[in-house]
Write a protein that binds this ligand. Structure first.
Ligand SMILES: O=C(O)C(=O)C[C@]1(C(=O)O)C=C[C@@H](O)C=C1
Length: 111
C-alpha cells in the first residue's frame, strides 16, 4: 500500500473532514482579500502612471514585508509567510504593469 493511503487511514476521517472544511473557509477569505488587494494595487498603478512613477518601489516593499512580519505573532511561520508575500508583491507589480500596458494600447487605438 502506498504511504499516502496509509496516512489517510491513520487519521480520524471526521477530524480530517472538519480540518479541510476549515481550510476551504479560510481559502475563501484569503481569495476575497487578495482580490481586494489587487483592486487597490490597480488604483495605485493608475496614480503611478499619471505621475509617471515606476511601478517598483523597493522601499515600500521593504516596509510591507516588515509590517507583515510584525503582524504575524507566530515565529514558526514567519519565513513561509514572507515567501508568500514576495509572490504577492511580484504579482501585484505584474498586474499593475499589465493594466498600464493595456491602458496605453487603448489610448493608441483611440488616436
Ligand atoms: O505601494 C505601492 O507603491 C504599490 O504599488 C503597491 C505594492 C504592493 O502590492 O504592496 C506594489 C508594488 C510596489 O513595488 C510596492 C507595493
Amino acid at each position: 500500500m502506498e504511504d499516502k493511503t496509509k496516512q489517510l487511514m491513520m487519521s480520524d476521517p471526521a477530524e480530517m473532514k472538519a480540518a479541510r472544511k476549515q481550510i476551504d473557509y479560510l481559502d475563501e477569505s484569503i481569495v476575497r482579500l487578495l482580490a481586494q488587494r489587487f483592486q487597490v494595487a490597480a488604483l495605485i498603478g493608475q496614480i503611478k502612471k499619471q505621475n509617471q512613477v515606476t511601478v517598483l518601489d523597493q522601499n515600500r516593499e521593504q516596509t510591507v514585508l516588515k509590517r507583515v512580519r510584525a503582524v504575524n505573532s507566530d515565529d514558526a511561520t514567519a519565513d513561509y509567510i514572507e515567501n508568500i508575500y514576495h509572490e504577492i508583491l511580484a504579482n501585484s507589480r505584474a498586474y499593475q504593469c499589465e493594466l498600464i500596458k493595456n491602458s496605453q494600447q487603448t489610448k493608441k487605438g483611440e488616436r
